[in-house]
Design a protein around this ligand. Structure first.
Ligand code: F6P
Ligand code: MG
Length: 479
């Protein structure tokens, strides 16, 4: 049930697949080794240490195999059923080598393989080897978190007292204002994806902070090269109108923890408060995935920060301790705004309006073309939703099969079985960090390639690798 269009491969020297496999994955594995080492130092338990050593050994072996272009070995059975599918696909691919394998499969295999090393222990089963990094990066997004907490309070307060203000406005004015706010909230949520950890190898913390402020967001609107947000707005407005008879559900297929999860919850809180959704279902991953992706525990970690922001922001990190830096204290104002946000999210969660629903399908190796056959009950469940929002780059690669489409191919065609008549309404919010791109106007790919750093005549679509450009694409599978 995969697309017939060939997928990107790690052997395409012109694609980000090749850069990923050669440069980025070894760095990511090294980071994991360092993390396990650090965790081992803090334990006094022999058994934990012995298991930790074994994990480090296996991670080093994995890195060696990758860097010496060995074959991908079958995954050991760690008791979770998706291993069978991984190994079947591996043998169908002819047990390929690291530098000549479909990119999407190899990258999923990489994280699944790392996960087996932890699963097969007694003490490290639930250990998230990327958690430390996720938290540290979230901390560095403090200015944007505070700015958005203030904006959130203002907006939610306004929404709950708006009934009086509305009387003096025409229907058209109300709709226009709503459209502007809806767009702002979705764009905040979109650009929150520009800053994931797997790309941190290229971006400094300063760069990240610049990307997250409100001025940057306005300027970045021109970088959304396909923008179907008006369609999503129309759908949700209509649903709200009809909402008296039935509940409106919106789903978010999450991407990264930390700042991106923070902005996802901002969007969710807004959609609920504005009446565009009566409840929101959030879909996290089940194993540490692509470094920064959301696991269920990342929710509680985020909420704990919001519950006591002073403890988080005012305690110096290890690095700050080394450098003798004392973090700036939070102002009373900042504290109040975060408290408001925490209170609001806690209420929504307690009222069953924010639901977390994991599914192993999200960490299988295949593309979402396989959803109807591979996970029929998840597929049926998503049909119940008014709108399913797919966040981020990897979700976009999986929607489109990570295939070498002509960039003018319509989005609805490139998502195959999830397109027309699928029963699922899809909205992709993606900053581009990989080669695949569809739904572009004719000539747009060429224009972007011709820009500085865009790839030029090399044939490489380099403009699409850095998170600078974004795609917002919609498919109405219920039409
Ligand atoms: O392009 C680098 C990369 O790691 C891709 O492999 C992956 O698709 C993406 O970044 C992860 O980004 P996101 O968190 O937006 O899915
Ligand atoms: Mg991610």
């Amino acid at each position: 049930y995969d697309t017939q269009t060939p997928p990107y491969r790690t052997s395409d020297l012109n694609s980000f697949a090749s850069v990923s496999a050669r440069k980025r994955w070894p760095i990511i594995i090294t980071g994991a080794i360092d993390d396990v080492h650090r965790a081992m130092y803090t334990t006094k338990d022999n058994e934990v240490e012995e298991e930790g050593k074994k994990i480090v050994e296996e991670l080093s072996k994995l890195k060696y195999e990758l860097q010496h272009n060995r074959q991908l070995s079958p995954l050991p059975d760690d008791g979770i059923e998706d291993i069978v599918g991984y190994n079947q696909e591996l043998s169908q691919l002819g047990t390929p080598k690291w530098l000549d394998v479909p990119w999407l499969f190899a990258e999923c295999y990489l994280y699944r393989r790392m996960s087996t090393l932890f699963q097969l222990t007694r003490h490290w089963r639930d250990y998230d080897v990327f958690s430390r990094q996720k938290m540290a990066t979230f901390k560095s997004s403090r200015p944007a978190v505070l700015e958005l907490a203030a904006r959130y309070k203002e907006l939610i307060t306004q929404l709950s007292s708006d009934s009086d203000a509305i009387v003096s406005k025409s229907q058209e004015e109300i709709e226009q204002t709503e459209h502007i706010i809806f767009t702002e909230m979705c764009e905040i949520c979109l650009w929150g994806n520009a800053t994931d950890l797997s790309l941190l190898t290229n971006l400094s913390y300063d760069d990240i902070q610049k990307l997250q402020g409100s001025k940057a967001r306005k300027a970045a609107e021109a970088n959304i090269i396909a923008n179907d947000l008006p369609d999503a707005f129309r759908i949700l407005r209509r649903a709200r109108k009809n909402g008296r008879e039935k509940e409106t559900r919106v789903d978010i297929i999450l991407d990264n923890a930390g700042f991106e999860l923070f902005v996802d919850l901002i969007l969710a809180g807004y959609l609920l408060s504005a009446g565009f959704a009566s409840y929101i279902v959030l879909h996290p991953k089940s194993i540490p995935w692509f470094v920064s992706d959301v696991l269920p525990k990342d929710f509680s970690d985020l909420l704990n920060v919001m519950a006591d922001p002073k403890a988080f922001y005012e305690t110096p990190s290890e690095d700050e301790q080394h450098r003798g830096i004392t973090p700036q204290s939070l102002s009373e104002q900042d504290n109040k705004e975060i408290a408001f946000l925490f209170q609001h999210w806690s209420e929504l969660h307690a009222d069953g309006k924010l639901v977390i629903r994991p599914n192993r399908f999200w960490t299988e190796a295949g593309s979402y073309w396989r959803l109807p056959k591979a996970a029929p009950s998840l597929y049926d469940d998503l049909k119940e939703s008014e709108l399913v929002i797919f966040k981020g780059d990897l979700n976009y690669r999986k929607l489109t099969g990570d295939a070498m489409w002509d960039p003018t191919t319509p989005f609805t065609q490139a998502i195959g079985p999830l397109g027309p008549k699928s029963g699922i309404r899809t909205l992709a919010l993606r900053t581009c960090k990989a080669d695949v791109a569809v739904g572009l106007p004719k000539g747009e790919d060429e224009r972007l390639k011709a820009l500085d750093g865009g790839g030029g005549d090399s044939g490489a679509r380099e403009w699409a690798w850095s998170g600078k450009w974004a795609l917002v694409q919609f498919s109405d599978g219920k039409a």
